[in-house]
Write a protein that binds this ligand. Structure first.
Ligand code: IPM
Ligand code: MG
Length: 336
């Protein structure tokens, strides 16, 4: 007997979003994954219709179902809006951004058998959105660091390490320069580390971490860091295993989970019809594994791996000429 299917809020966003969302949903539906979708409007269309890229109805749907799959939402022109992708994280208090860095089968990668997780504080720091001009030619951008946010992200990272039987947590910082802000972050991490004596704890400066990641990424296990460093490091880590389309992303709060591609701004780079479905698909697969549908995720992963291996029906960024739709069709065909 199977439980009633869960409902997932679907946020197709804009730009390449609707196309890659459609591809991802078609693949999951073809695999008969037991989920129902509630599609909400955001982005450019929502601005035209409701005057905001993030209408209340979209946020309410995510609160209701506590689970969402989200594509990219572009920043409306005019500078009056905060980046809506960031606003959503703050409004729903999705304080932990989690990006597991592992190889995807048949996806070319510089480093095989990598397995680390980047845990990024997702609500404050440089993303506080507090900037102002002091006088013409002088701008201040305020990085907000609170003990509350630092402690809860540290706790999240150690709990994740314990749950997944991981051995080491590395706190990444720049406390040699941001003595107070990053100093506070480290203080909070150390206090939490003391509660997890079985897990090795170390601290590394962010620039050094970037070099170490390229030279020997295998020395890392769980990385915990503040918002902006986490943004940069997680893209670097995606590059280690083959780029976007390999590393999934989750924005997690205590009760709500929003899975999204790690892509910064795909709309600018891609023709919507030619974008790879992989970045959103791997995030959907991560979601399936987290909600107890790991067997479905494994089947879809195998189908996608077949398509990646044959290389005949992959999108431009993967060395082929297929459209988004054609690549999704090939994955669906490989499922059967
Ligand atoms: C990411 C992206 C976002 C970020 C953008 C789209 C606001 O780069 O999810 O990593 O900077 O966090
Ligand atoms: Mg990013």
């Amino acid at each position: 007997m199977s439980a009633a299917p869960r409902t997932v809020t679907l946020v197709p966003g804009d730009g390449v979003g609707p196309e890659v969302t459609d591809a991802t949903v078609r693949i999951l539906d073809a695999a008969a994954v037991a989920l129902r979708w509630e599609r909400v409007e955001t982005g450019r269309e929502a601005v035209a219709r409701y005057g905001t890229p993030l209408p209340d109805a979209a946020i309410a749907s995510i609160r209701r179902h506590r689970l969402a799959l989200k594509a990219h939402i572009s920043v409306p022109a005019g500078g009056a809006f905060e980046n809506p992708n960031v606003t959503l994280r703050k409004v729903l208090d999705l304080y932990a951004n989690v990006r597991p860095v592992r190889n995807f089968p048949a996806h070319p990668s510089r480093y095989p058998d990598l397995d680390l997780v980047v845990v990024r504080e997702n609500t404050e720091g440089e993303y506080a959105g507090l900037e102002h001009q002091v006088v013409p030619g002088v701008v201040e951008s305020i990085k907000v660091t609170t003990a509350r946010a630092c402690t809860r992200i540290a706790r999240f990272a150690f709990a994740l390490a314990a749950r997944e039987q991981r051995k080491k947590v590395t706190a990444v910082h720049k406390a040699n320069i941001m003595k107070r802000a990053d100093g506070l972050f480290l203080e909070c991490c150390r206090a939490v580390a003391a509660d997890f004596p079985a897990i090795e704890y170390r601290e590394l400066i962010v620039d050094n971490v970037c070099m170490q990641l390229v030279m020997n990424p295998y020395q890392f296990d769980v990385i915990v860091t503040q918002n902006f460093y986490g943004d940069v490091i997680s893209d670097l880590c995606a590059g280690l295993v083959g780029g976007r389309g390999v590393v999934p992303g989750a924005n997690l709060g205590d009760e709500i989970a929003v899975y999204e591609a790690i892509d910064g701004d795909p709309a600018v780079r891609d023709d919507p019809k030619l974008a790879s479905p992989m970045p959103l698909l791997v995030s959907a697969l991560f979601m399936l594994r987290q909600i107890g549908l790991g067997a479905d995720a494994a089947r879809i992963t195998a189908a996608a791996a077949t398509v990646l291996e044959h290389k005949t029906h992959v999108t431009r960024d993967l060395g082929g000429t297929a459209t988004t739709r054609e690549m999704a069709d090939a994955i669906i065909a490989a499922l059967h």
